[in-house]
Design a protein around this ligand. Structure first.
Ligand code: COS
Length: 383
């Protein structure tokens, strides 16, 4: 056990924080209001190595590890949660490619993701009828001359029309012989591939500067080399990717909550009522104390899961689920308390906490709802 940051981790925090203070925080509110995709800001992140924090330097990554990734994600989310989710998915796509892709696939795509040549990567798992139960996806991939034809619909795809490459899960079993979650495979679909139709951009409660779209595949042809991993192995690829992804979302939640708590502390010292700053009242102090305690506990759970992933000695599904559950549920409460401390001013756009509250809400939903995390944790104790 070790609680000090390594030199590399400290450097990642420092450089990310400087970038966030300079480039991200000042524009985050406007990006949100204008629902503007943060293209320039994402390029800046790529220049810092943040689009492949845990990927080898030979592929353009920062090779800084999973704890450093979590720390960087916290910093970015502290500045702009929309930029953070785009970064999270891109890192996840790069890591899936690195773990399951062959040499040609890795070299073809990963340097483009890490360098920023591709502004983002996308993860095409969820469908209108398959969210918590990805084993039930309906998109099909049927072998044809020289490749596969994809047909079906995807839902809630982050950066779905921006991404240079997207991992798409599809059924490779047949309607006559359904194999459940053993009938799924993964395919790499490049931006601009004919047969991919981008639907209406979702008008979300939060993360308004990130892109979320549905996609429809109409006889979309992908060549043989687009198959990622083995036929039928797609479900486990998704589960392993999501184990890592959940550490990213836990970190994102911590970053948003950190920003909300900082704003609440600042406001409580400035706002005077009954002749004194409201920070002098015990009611406010207790809210701050509870928030700080939960934030600290969330960081420890998340760094523990990140460290386990970094060591690579065993599965860390339970620890990642604990981190995501605790961090996202706590972050929601922390943002709510921060808004409460602001009173009426917390409910309007002149102050940042209403954005933090809107942004943080989805961390209890995506990459596995809190209910799914509880299921993963309970199963791991009961089996
Ligand atoms: N790592 C490696 N393998 C895993 C795994 C993991 N994290 N989780 C499950 N598996 C394996 C199991 O070991 C099992 O393998 P065998 O068939 O060889 O025994 C197989 O996958 C099926 O596992 P299981 O029976 O547990 O699958 P379920 O269909 O019951 O699903 C949950 C389990 C609910 C945990 C899973 O579907 C899940 O995480 N759902 C949420 C999906 C999600 O996060 N969606 C959001 C998408 S991104 S916005």
């Amino acid at each position: 056990m070790q609680f000090e940051l390594t030199e590399t981790q400290a450097m990642v925090v420092k450089s990310t924080r400087e970038f966030v203070e300079r480039e991200l925080k000042p524009v985050a509110a406007a990006l949100d209001r204008e629902r503007r995709f943060p293209t320039e800001q994402l390029k800046g992140l790529a220049e810092l190595g943040l689009m492949g924090v845990n990927l080898p330097a030979s592929l353009g990554g920062a090779e800084a590890g999973v704890v450093a990734y979590s720390l960087a994600m916290i910093e970015v989310a502290r500045g702009c949660a929309s930029t953070a989710v785009t970064m999270a998915v891109t890192n996840m796509v790069g890591e899936v490619l690195h773990r399951f892709g062959n040499e040609e696939q890795q070299e073809r795509y990963i340097p483009k993701l890490t360098s920023g040549e591709y502004v983002a990567g996308a993860f095409g798992l969820s469908e209108p009828g398959a969210g918590s139960d990805p084993g039930g996806i309906a998109t099909s991939a049927v072998r044809t001359d020289g490749g596969f034809l994809l047909n079906g619909q995807k839902q809630w795809i982050t950066s779905g029309s921006q991404a240079g490459v997207m991992i798409v899960w599809a059924r490779t079993d047949t309607p006559e012989e359904r194999l459940g979650n053993k009938g799924l495979s993964c395919f790499l679909v490049e931006r601009g591939t004919p047969g991919v139709e981008v639907g209406k951009h979702e008008e979300k409660l939060g993360l308004c500067a990130s892109e979320t779209v549905p996609l429809t595949f109409h006889d979309c042809f992908v060549p043989e080399r687009a198959l990622l991993g083995d036929i039928g192995a797609g479900f486990k690829v998704a589960m392993m990717a999501l184990d890592g992804g959940r550490i990213g979302i836990a970190s994102q939640a911590i970053g948003i909550a950190t920003a909300a708590l900082e704003a609440a502390i600042l406001y409580s010292k400035e706002r005077k009522q009954f002749g004194q700053p409201i920070s002098e009242f015990q009611a406010i102090q207790w809210m701050i104390a509870d928030s700080k305690t939960e934030l600290e506990a969330a960081r420890l759970c998340t760094f523990r899961a990140a460290q386990l992933k970094e060591k690579g000695e065993r599965r860390f599904s339970r620890e990642a689920a604990i981190a995501k559950l605790f961090a996202s549920e706590s972050a929601w409460k922390i943002c709510d308390r921060a808004l409460q401390i602001h009173g009426g001013y917390g409910y309007v756009r002149d102050f940042p906490v209403e954005r933090h509250l809107r942004d943080v809400r989805v961390t209890r939903i995506y990459e596995g709802t809190s209910e799914v995390q509880r299921l993963v944790i309970a199963r791991s104790r009961l089996e």
